[in-house]
Design a protein around this ligand. Structure first.
Ligand code: NI
Length: 170
């Protein structure tokens, strides 16, 4: 396995629309293992292939951490949503930004393929529902900050700048 390099905002490659996975062979299996390793190393709850410059509709998630709830979703589709929820959002591709409140669907019904190409369906709520919506955005070249107003976005980046300056002892 290997750690992959995570692209950071404003890298334009994060804006690529990913293509459906068609080949579930050894090359894909290695990508999935590397995605899990990279996600755990970065202490993330989800990682889309887009974020490591692999433009396939594929993401790994583990909202409980430590391998307790590993989900690999390939060519995912949300077929139903229900309600609203607001959650503190962050993203491994937008580091040193404290995250912000963002409204998402409270419940989603997911239809996807697993790592071997077998279809599965899942009803998700809470953090997992948020994570599914967040990772699917990545596959469409979208970042969570795109959902914020430009004023909010500016405020976040000012905060991040301050953190970064402090971290560098300026
Ligand atoms: Ni993200």
């Amino acid at each position: 396995m290997a750690l992959l390099k995570i692209l950071h905002y404003p890298d334009v490659r994060l804006r690529t629309k990913a293509l459906p996975v068609e080949d579930f062979g050894p090359a894909l299996q290695k990508i999935i293992d590397d995605l899990y390793e990279t996600m755990y190393d970065a202490h993330g709850a989800g990682l889309a292939a887009t974020q490591v410059n692999i433009h396939l509709r594929l993401a790994v998630m583990d909202v409980r951490g430590e391998g307790q709830q590993q989900i690999c979703m390939i060519n995912p589709e949300v077929t139903a949503t229900n309600g609203d929820q607001v959650d503190q959002h962050g993203c491994l591709s937008v580091p040193n930004v404290p995250g912000d409140q963002l409204k998402r669907a409270a419940k989603v019904h997911l239809r996807a393929l697993d790592r071997f190409g077998k279809p599965f369906e899942l009803d998700a709520e809470g953090t997992l529902a948020i994570c599914i919506q967040h990772e699917m955005d990545h596959m469409n070249g979208k970042l969570y900050i795109d959902h914020l107003s430009s004023l909010k976005r500016e405020r976040l980046f000012k905060k991040a700048e301050k953190y970064n300056r402090r971290a560098h002892g300026e």
